[in-house]
Design a protein around this ligand. Sequence first.
Ligand code: FES
Ligand code: FES
Length: 899
Amino acid sequence: MSIYEVNGRQYTADPKPGQCLRTFLRDLEVFGVKKGCDAGDCGACTVWLDGKPFHSCLVPAFRGAGRKITTVEGLAKDGEMHPVQKAFHDAQAFQCGYCAAGMMMTVASLDPSQHQDLPHALKGNLCRCTGYRSIEDALHGRSNIEEDVAGRACGASLPNPFTDAILTGQAHYTMDVAMPGLLHLKVLRSPHAHARITTIDKTKALAVPGVVAVYSWQDVPRRLYSTALHEDHLVDPDDTYMLDNVVRFAGQRVAAVVAESEAAAEAGCRALEVDYELLPAVFDPVLAMAPDAPLLHDKDVVTEHGNVYCDLHGEIGDVAKGFAEADVIHEATYSTSRVQHVHLETHGSIAWQGDDKRWHVRTSSQGPFAAHKKLCYLMGLRGRDLHVFTERVGGGFGGKQEMISEDLVLFATMKLGRPVKWEWTREEEFIGATTRHQMTTKVRIGARKDGTLTAVDVHVVSNTGAYGNHGSETLGAAMASPIAAYRCENKKGLGVAVYTNMVPGGGFRGYGASQTTFAIECAIDDLAHKLGLDPLAMRRKNVVRPGDNVESIWKEPGDASFGSYGIEECLDTVERELARGNGVEKPAGADWAEGKGVALAMLECGPPTEHRSAADIRLQPDGSYHLAVGSCEMGNGIVTAHQQIAASILGVRARDIHIVIADTDRTPYDTGTFASTGTVVAGKAVHLTAEAMREDILDFASRHTGTERGACRLKGDTVLCGNKRIALAELHAAGTKVEHRFAASRKAYLSPRTIAFNVQGVRLAVHRVTGEIRILHSVHAADIGRPINPMQCRGQLDGAIAMGYGWALTENMVHEDGRMVNPQLRNYRIPAWADTPRTDLFFAGTIDRIGPLGAKSQGECAINPVAPAVSNALADALGRRFAHLPFTPDRLFAELAKR
Ligand code: FES
Ligand code: FES
């Protein structure tokens, strides 16, 4: 046995053969050490060895013996946070917080010279949420937080209530629990894009020491379902089995192995002997629509025809007439690429049976209630026999609007009677989780000489991959707001979502609208250039206005409505800021060309399908409040925003609201935290509930004190009743005597859906030979209504914009015959610090009359105008359109060389 000193505490232990320091430390229950990749690419696992930072996933555990190991839990001394932790606290330099431990361990080790070159010094630490701005603020000693003052919570930049726990490594993410008797599950994934499994021989796998069970398609319930999480399960096709005898993409689950350790489960997977009958595969959705294309699904799965899972079409006005009236018509095809969410915390769940004999699932999900329903259906459970919850989720971005880990762990624990855990690897995220749908959009658009649009015709082909989860809904979103953003009497659209043997698409920030926003915003620029008009003026002329029917291609009336209108202010702001010329100069030399581009995006806040939420609130004996909301916190800041909404109605400090979230036992129902609903639906439920609580308190206080109701009002932790003042704690005690419970609950449902806008401006330089792109100036204006927490809203926008730059410039899933050839962070390349331009951010001064306390949605839409603004700037610089994402240097170089 060796001695390990971790955070000043001695452990006597021996690592397993080949074990890395990261997993060894976690076996010691030092959970501040996180995993983002296990390949040395993300820095989430950074610890110190004798005061020097290392990626612990790359360090053999035995090397830690006899050395001083420090993790984030050991950074604070004598109860005092380390100065770096304090700086991260004051700048709120995190969102989901999953990267923060590793980031701080690196930052705390930097010497003054490294501080002079932060992009280089922090190249080994990735953050997917923040866009790095708040981290930079922390490193420069800037504070972004305001004081929590009773009655003034709304509109204040208040810190996340779990800040201290996150920054000291005490916050528990999904996998950060130890459990006696825990088993580990791993899956064997298909190497083939399309094949029938003829036999699975489990013998050798079961003989691997430590392997407890192996499950294949014959062992699990044969029930079709969709992995997508929505309120209405009918919007997604039931086309998936937990384990199937046909694999339809390279990366699909083939069999599950459960073992005493992860290593044994992996060895068990390797020992499985599987025979496949290879089937013809198709990867291109256009080819998949051909009459002789191989069919992905048999008749059990309902499609429109062949591999076309869903088609959507419609026309308003008369598009043929509109084109006849046009002076200029532009027609072109634009396409967007498949990208992955890369939430730093991978998917994972743990299931067990409690002492209450019920089944419990702890999961990294954006929709525990929707997952609960699906699990009950699959396992034949009654709702009351199953408990699903999240604690702290390390990012989602739509990737966790999917039930893709919970089913197998629950199945295995029900079979084996022991707790079972499944934590995904980074490679599995790329090959087995969902992606943004790849879409190709043909746009035909006509206008009069003065720029007035006369006709818009859009044809979208969406590659939904092997399964149709989110296929129709993302297609619906693609055919909605990007087209509805422009007023035009004649609009037409046809969209198809097509099955192919690719990894399935899924929900992803921007949800389908991102893809067609790219196409339409590029087409608007191209049309403006043909007309000799300024593209920004073209947008101003044609963008929807209050009083317009906000309509896309469908004649049926919609429920989108202007609760406020800030697009003009956003366009003015971006135009002004680009003209001001902030940012940096173009590099010297004739090989560098410079261009400017702008794009806008519109968001109907919330999904068109039903989305429900509820909140419960109780006054506590000490005069504070207990708030329960079903929505999830995954870095979206919703816990803070909900506290602030309740606090501002009840006139207290945000920290007087104690909140629990996302738990099917402890919180009321919530459809799920996706589709930008955290503020406008769950926040609305909180708003209504807090109002009901206030009325209940004042009614009781009026009766209790014999004061007229109109003379009673809340003031902090007291009620003023005329000239009497009664503390809430005292009132609670009085209520208890007469069995008055001081509890309220309200539900919310989003209709009408209000409308938000975002405008992105980009000035860039592009190297005419190599295709290298440098962002010289990035400016963004957001019409998101009243920011409940301006700091957090800026963070959401920063993160979404950074993701937009990643989509446009660095991220690329490369597939050959359906297999991803670069399923590693270092080869896929989400933006690192050095890749992420700092964006000048502005809010339109709108206060919405529909959203809670004047707020609108803001988590998603900022990503949508980024890629088209880059494309428009590129076209401006080079005088020609690059219509197909991404603009990675290799692709741009090839294009430039071709031309
Ligand atoms: S988990 Fe070690 S660097 Fe990513
Ligand atoms: S806060 Fe950095 S990954 Fe989420």
